[in-house]
Design a protein around this ligand. Structure first.
Ligand SMILES: Nc1nc2c(c(=O)[nH]1)N[C@H]1C(S)=C(S)[C@@H](COP(=O)(O)O)O[C@H]1N2
Ligand SMILES: [Mo]
Length: 341
């Protein structure tokens, strides 16, 4: 059981997270399928100590346990009381006291993540969630689940457990700059990126962010109306109170971007990833979210204040609104119904 059990709802929700209440709303994040392969699925233990290998049937034949856990995605959605069924990971780690364990997926990019062994005492190798076998897009037939860390540490389609003497930056923890420790209670979401000040000034002046990776860069308060940010990588970028009227973010990655109180009239987010982005207090009249992915995004503060300006000219589909956390969806629906003619 994780330590959050028994506390009230607000105390169980880590800072900056939005609660998803619907049991059926479980977003797919990152890769959506395992590598297609005819080889039998085995889980291998490699690295330090004795190597080992198990078929999935062997692992399923062992006594299974079911544990209740809360999950917290770095893109700001949380779900309480997930029931995961499988084996305690420690049963597969063997006797070698290797200090780090790296997990590798059977996926086309050999997706991986690594944690210190001390963080893994309650981790599980999971075959079923909420009483049914894991769906393929959620890591079926087998995934890792690590309670107490952002969910990006829970590798889907687990195939290799590598015991290591040293740490290793995994897929999300290297290029995309996700925090390697991933403690949701300390909001360890990202390592902070930065760029030389003259480059930043030139981008503002030209209103062009090109296709660079600008992780965590701060453009708060800047006047950047008409900005070109098509296909830019803007994870965790700050645009608080910036003027982004008519800006084009089509196909951009704005996950966890801070757009609080930004002027986004007629801005375009077509096909963009705005998961976990904060739009509270922003002016979104005429903004276009067609085809954008909005899981975990916020449009008002948790207490309902600081609401974004949304009206009938804001293009958001019912399907997109249904996937927001409940309080966020309620706010957006109320705005749309009060402004529809
Ligand atoms: N193999 C693999 N595992 C992965 C990922 C991925 O892209 N590939 N994404 C991680 C992230 S960021 C999250 S939030 C969870 C999402 O799991 P879900 O799609 O079942 O919600 O899986 C994690 N495990
Ligand atoms: Mo995630």
């Amino acid at each position: 059981m994780d330590k959050s059990q028994g506390r009230d709802e607000t105390a169980r929700l880590p800072p900056g997270q939005n609660l998803i209440r619907s049991p059926h709303n479980w977003p797919v994040v990152g890769e959506a399928a395992a590598l297609a392969s005819d080889e039998p699925w085995v889980i291998r233990r490699t690295g330090l100590g004795m190597a080992a290998e198990w078929s999935l049937d062997e692992l399923r034949a062992r006594p299974q346990i079911t544990t209740r856990m809360d999950i917290h995605c770095v893109t700001r959605w949380s779900k309480f009381d997930m029931l995961f069924t499988g084996l305690p990971l420690v049963e597969l780690l063997g006797d070698d006291p290797a200090p780090f364990v790296r997990f590798i997926a059977r996926s086309s990019r050999h997706h991986d993540s690594c944690l210190p062994r001390t963080a893994l005492t309650e981790a599980m190798v999971v075959f079923a969630a909420n009483g049914v076998p894991l769906a393929p897009e959620h890591g079926g037939p087998v995934r890792l689940v690590v309670p107490g860390r952002y969910f990006y540490k829970s590798v889907k389609w687990l195939s290799t457990i590598e015991l290591r003497a040293t740490d290793h930056l995994g897929y999300w923890e290297s290029g995309p700059g996700y925090h390697n420790n991933a403690d949701p209670w300390a909001e360890e979401r990202y390592v902070t990126g930065n760029i030389p000040p003259d480059l930043r000034a030139r981008m503002i002046e030209r209103r062009d962010l090109g296709k660079r990776d600008l992780l965590g860069v701060d453009f708060s308060g800047e006047g950047m109306a008409g900005l070109n940010a098509i296909s830019a990588t803007l994870r965790n970028v700050r645009f608080v109170r910036a003027d982004l009227t008519g800006a084009r973010f089509d196909g951009a990655n704005l996950s966890n971007a801070h757009l609080k109180a930004a002027r986004l009239c007629a801005a375009s987010f077509r096909g963009a990833d705005v998961e976990g982005a904060d739009f509270s207090g922003a002016d979104l009249r005429g903004a276009d979210f067609t085809g954008a992915s909005l899981f975990g995004a916020s449009f008002c503060a948790p207490d309902g204040t600081d609401g974004a300006l949304i009206d009938a000219t804001t293009r958001l589909s019912n399907d997109q609104i249904d996937r927001l956390a409940d309080d966020q969806a309620a706010y957006v629906r109320a705005r749309l119904s009060s402004t529809r003619l």
